[in-house]
Design a protein around this ligand. Structure first.
Ligand code: CMP
Length: 143
C-alpha cells in the first residue's frame, strides 16, 4: 500500500471543482487519509517546490500557489503514486489526455489544477511537509 501527497490548487478551489475531483479518486477506489484546506505560507511553498528553484517560472509558481486556498491531501491505495499521476495527466494540460483531470479541467501549465507526488521519495517528503503523523487517519475500508 502506498501513500501519495495530492494538492488541489487554487484554481480547483476557486472554480469549485474540488468535489468533482475528489469523486474521481474515491470512485477509483482510493482512500483519502487526510485533507486540509489551507493557504500555504510562502516559505512552505518554496520548500515544497524547492526542486524548481532555478527554473524561470519559480517566482510565478510560488506566487500562484500561495495566492488562494489549496486542498492538501494524503491519499492511499495500491501503487497509488503512479496511478494518481496517470489520473492527473501531463503537466501541460494541452498535452494531457482527455479523461485525465488536467485534460478535462485545465488548459494552462501554470493553472494545472492539481499536484501529485511523482515518486515514493517525493511522497514521503511532501506528506511530512504538510501533515503531522496524527493528522493522517488510519482506517480499513470494508471489503
Ligand atoms: P506541479 O505538478 O505542481 O509541479 C511543478 C509545477 O510547476 C507544475 O505542476 C506546474 O504548475 C509548474 N510548471 C511546470 N512547468 C512550468 C512552466 N514551463 N511554466 C509555468 N509553470 C510551470
Amino acid at each position: 500500500m502506498q501513500k501519495s501527497f495530492v494538492m488541489l490548487k487554487p484554481d480547483a478551489v476557486l472554480r469549485r471543482l474540488t468535489g468533482k475531483i475528489l469523486t474521481r479518486f474515491e470512485e477509483r477506489g482510493l482512500q483519502i487519509l487526510a485533507a486540509k484546506m489551507m493557504i500555504i505560507p510562502r516559505a512552505q511553498a518554496e520548500e515544497h517546490y524547492a526542486e524548481h528553484q532555478e527554473k524561470p517560472f519559480f517566482g510565478d509558481l510560488v506566487e500562484y500557489i500561495t495566492s488562494g486556498p489549496v486542498l492538501a491531501m494524503v491519499i492511499e491505495g495500491d501503487e497509488c503514486i503512479s496511478l494518481i499521476r496517470k489520473m492527473v495527466g501531463a503537466t501541460n494540460p494541452q498535452e494531457a489526455d482527455l479523461g485525465t483531470i488536467r485534460g478535462d479541467f485545465a488548459i494552462q501549465t501554470g493553472r494545472n489544477i492539481v499536484h501529485a507526488s511523482d515518486s515514493p521519495a517525493s511522497a514521503e517528503r511532501e506528506i511530512a511537509l504538510f501533515f503531522q503523523d496524527d493528522e493522517i487517519c488510519k482506517y480499513q475500508l470494508p471489503d
